[in-house]
Design a protein around this ligand. Structure first.
Ligand SMILES: [Zn+2]
Length: 163
């Protein structure tokens, strides 16, 4: 199965599923294939898991992570799934340049939600129209304001929600 999931960053979020045609990257047993700017967010993800009692060693996943232009309109991040290859995360360069640290974290964690936690999308919202999960696809109508106050809620949801 070869699919690709995208997270866009403007008012509407889109998800697409497309074939992946890349060749295998050299395998690694650490985070050396993660862009230096992404690494702190990967480590924050590990820490968020561990502080919740969830065993998490991202080096076991042999992930790669890069920041480059994604030539699809309004797409901020992609998790490339390929059953024969380690998963790859790509974050859009323009998005990265123009985003706050919190928004960067939300997008990286969303993609790790796909690539590491094998989560799909969750569109549920509360009565104020706020998304109940950062795993929202964006095709719905809810909005996500991810900030220092609600970060704990969203990360609890990310690691413990059962689909
Ligand atoms: Zn997604």
């Amino acid at each position: 199965m070869r699919t690709l999931i995208c997270l866009s960053y403007l008012s509407l979020f889109l998800c697409s599923c497309l074939p992946e045609n890349s060749l295998p990257d050299e395998s690694t047993d650490d985070l050396s294939n993660i862009d230096i700017e992404l690494k702190e967010f990967f480590i924050a993800f590990e820490n968020a898991a561990v502080t919740r009692g969830v065993e998490m060693d991202l080096s076991e996943f042999e992930l790669t992570g890069s920041i480059e232009e994604i030539h699809q309109e309004n797409v901020a991040g992609i998790c490339h799934y390929n059953s024969n290859l380690p998963n790859r995360i790509t974050i859009d360069k323009s998005f990265w340049k123009n985003s706050s640290k919190m928004l960067k974290e939300m997008v990286v964690f969303h993609e790790l939600g796909h690539c590491v936690l094998a989560r799909g999308h969750r569109e549920a919202e509360n009565q104020n129209g706020h998304c109940l999960s950062i795993m929202r696809s964006g095709t719905g109508t809810c909005t996500t304001l991810y900030n220092a106050n609600n970060r704990k809620y969203y990360l609890d949801e990310l690691f413990f929600y059962e689909e």
